[in-house]
Write a protein that binds this ligand. Structure first.
Ligand SMILES: *Cc1c(COP(=O)(O)O)cnc(C)c1O
Length: 361
């Protein structure tokens, strides 16, 4: 049976991926040299389509890593000499904080209970902090920090770098890049691609920080330091032999999303989210985990269940729908449902029918 993956990453592949993989194999993209003109075209196509889709200004560079986890480490290595500040409200934002601490930085944490958001007016960010880390969409709990909060924090601290983890919200979120310094994501979530590729977008200010740390004789890492990326990116190349197939597919899918229209994708995302939250608010066995509607993620919908969530997940599995379990401590207490561009309205309606019928143990 061909299953529909509603899991929040990896998830269902974007519906055009199969055809692109076939074409990629036919044109042997996995065998070409990463120093060839053919590769440079794949690279610049991916960057160009991403720039257009996400509306990335020219002063931002786009680099490719192996994952978003890698970007956490690279951001700290390249842009934080002493101290970073982390808004933490779940497992992913916590991991970013831990990486900074593991790299020996003074990582300052501002934490709230899972399912809640930090009020920017109540955070006390020390003067010594160089970078503020915000996880815009906390995939573990389905809580989303409003973009206005992120902009407000940046306005309060214009001298600090604002780094936004939007791994499970891109390309849905409509971010104003002029009000942040760095954004990153990996491709197995909203883009519906095979895992193994991360995208790191960073502006001149972040790049300058890395260069000045390097000039001071500090270690900023090796092959994936910002200066190392830049030594190759001008020629549309990468320092290492990269995930060429992943980059090819990303360019193609971004192009498909552009021709569908990002406005249309955003509208559909909002329709499917409204359908889901409305269902949860009226369900005898489940409710939205995030109480305040203002903080509910549109792309990762988390339900708190009155019964063992595994029972519901197993039953959905019998019908060919794979729903995500809760994360960590919430494993058997939550359902997590990805609402990505690949999930059609019809598929969401099918899922809603199943959940509506599931009203007893
Ligand atoms: C999945 C996820 C990550 C990690 O992505 P990888 O591709 O596994 O490195 C980081 N942050 C958030 C919010 C995520 O959802």
């Amino acid at each position: 049976m061909h299953k529909i993956y509603f899991t929040p990453g990896p998830s269902k592949l974007y519906y055009t991926v199969e055809g692109h993989v076939k074409n990629a194999l036919k044109s042997q993209v996995s065998s070409i040299s990463h120093r060839s003109k053919q590769f440079e075209n794949i690279y610049s196509h991916a960057v160009g389509q991403l720039r257009e889709l996400l509306n990335v200004p020219g002063e931002f560079e786009i680099f490719f890593t192996s994952s978003a986890t890698e970007v956490w480490e690279r951001l700290i290595q390249n842009c934080v000499e002493n101290s970073s500040f982390h808004l933490v409200n779940g497992a992913f934002s916590r991991r970013f904080y831990e990486i900074s601490r593991d790299l020996g930085r003074d990582a300052v944490i501002s934490e709230v209970e899972p399912g809640h958001c930090i009020d920017p007016s109540e955070t006390n960010i020390p003067e010594s902090v160089e970078l503020i880390a915000v996880t815009q969409n906390e995939t573990s709990t389905g809580v989303a920090q409003p973009l206005e909060d992120i902009y407000a924090l940046k306005d309060q601290h214009p001298d600090k770098l604002m780094a936004v983890d939007a791994v499970s919200a891109v390309p849905y979120i409509d971010l104003d890049f002029n009000r942040i310094d760095s954004l990153f994501f990996s491709v197995q979530k909203g883009f519906g691609l095979p895992a193994g590729l991360g995208v790191w977008i960073i502006n001149e200010k972040g790049i300058e920080k890395a260069k000045s740390m390097q000039r001071s004789g500090l270690s900023i890492g090796s092959y994936h330091s910002i200066p190392s990326f830049l030594s190759k990116s001008g020629r549309h190349q990468t320092p290492e032999t990269p995930n060429v197939l992943g980059m090819y597919l990303l360019g193609k899918v971004a192009e498909d999303m552009l021709s569908k229209g990002i406005t249309q994708i955003r509208k559909e995302t909002e329709y499917k989210a409204a359908l889901s939250y409305n269902l949860l608010e009226n369900h005898p066995l489940m409710e939205p985990f995030v109480i305040n509607p203002k903080y509910r993620s549109k792309t990762v919908i988390v339900a708190k269940t009155a019964i063992d969530s595994k029972k519901i997940i197993d039953k959905a599995g019998e019908k060919g729908m794979v729903i995500g379990s809760g994360y960590g401590q919430f494993k058997n207490k939550h359902l997590r449902i990805a609402n990505f561009p690949t999930h059609s309205k019809e598929q969401f309606e099918m899922l809603a029918d199943f959940l509506n019928e599931y009203s007893h143990e």
